[in-house]
Design a protein. Structure first.
Length: 226
């Protein structure tokens, strides 16, 4: 359902009729965190589920593998393919997107006007990632280091199950400025990556015929418990 929702958002926002990229995050035991490509056996299994050619094109900051589909798939076909991949053991998530440049640029200009104050930071030290997985906070020295890079006070907000930390700045800033802050934090020698913590919103309703019955995807006041 989530994958279908995201695919619908891609079509609504970008006007795309094909999907050319799939992002797949695997459990740590299924692929090493430092590997540039998936194990060959895993690639074969995923290719069988996607039912199209694919080329590995790197990893995202959170460790997902980026696969370029060759040829690209029609939206409905891609939706079914992503749902098959999501059912595989070892898959944390699978998302689909398109690399259409013009609509993305238009969306970016609107997003850059929003004020934001949260960042996701992950450290290179595996012991620090283990602390995050155990829900232990950043220490004062680490927060001081982040504050210096951000040029304003920063506070620990919460740890994440993947070994990252959500950090909140005292003062919200435009998205573009926050991206610059993230780049400065990412340049710290002990930081693996830092990125803006963004909320994603659908821009089109899913075509699932049972969507109207799925109250938990809807927001108050229409669905108080959504």
């Amino acid at each position: 359902m989530i994958a279908g929702w995201m695919l619908a958002a891609v079509v609504g926002a970008a006007g795309a009729t094909t999907i050319d990229t799939v992002l797949i995050r695997l459990h740590d035991e299924a692929a090493a965190a430092t590997a540039d490509t998936m194990p060959d056996a895993t690639m074969t299994v995923i290719a069988n589920q996607l039912r199209t050619g694919m080329v590995a094109s790197g990893r995202t900051p959170d460790g997902a593998f980026r696969l370029t589909l060759v040829p690209a798939l029609q939206v409905d076909t891609a939706r079914n393919a992503v749902n098959r991949v999501r059912m595989l053991p070892g898959v944390v998530y699978a998302d689909a997107t398109t690399s259409a440049p013009a609509p993305v640029a238009r969306a970016k200009s609107a997003l850059d006007r929003r004020l934001m104050h949260r960042l996701i930071v992950k450290y290179k030290d595996p012991a620090q990632s283990l602390r995050a997985q155990r829900n232990l906070p950043l220490n004062a020295a680490q927060l001081d280091q982040i504050s210096v890079a951000a040029q304003q006070p920063a506070a620990h907000e919460r740890a994440m199950g993947g070994g990252e930390y959500v950090v909140r700045l005292l003062q919200a800033v435009p998205r573009e400025q926050l991206q610059t802050v993230a780049a400065r934090i990412a340049a710290l020698p002990d930081v693996a990556f830092a990125q803006v913590d963004e909320l994603k919103f659908p821009t089109a309703a899913p075509n699932d015929p049972l969507y109207a019955n799925q109250w938990h995807y809807k927001s108050p006041p229409g669905e108080p418990g959504g």
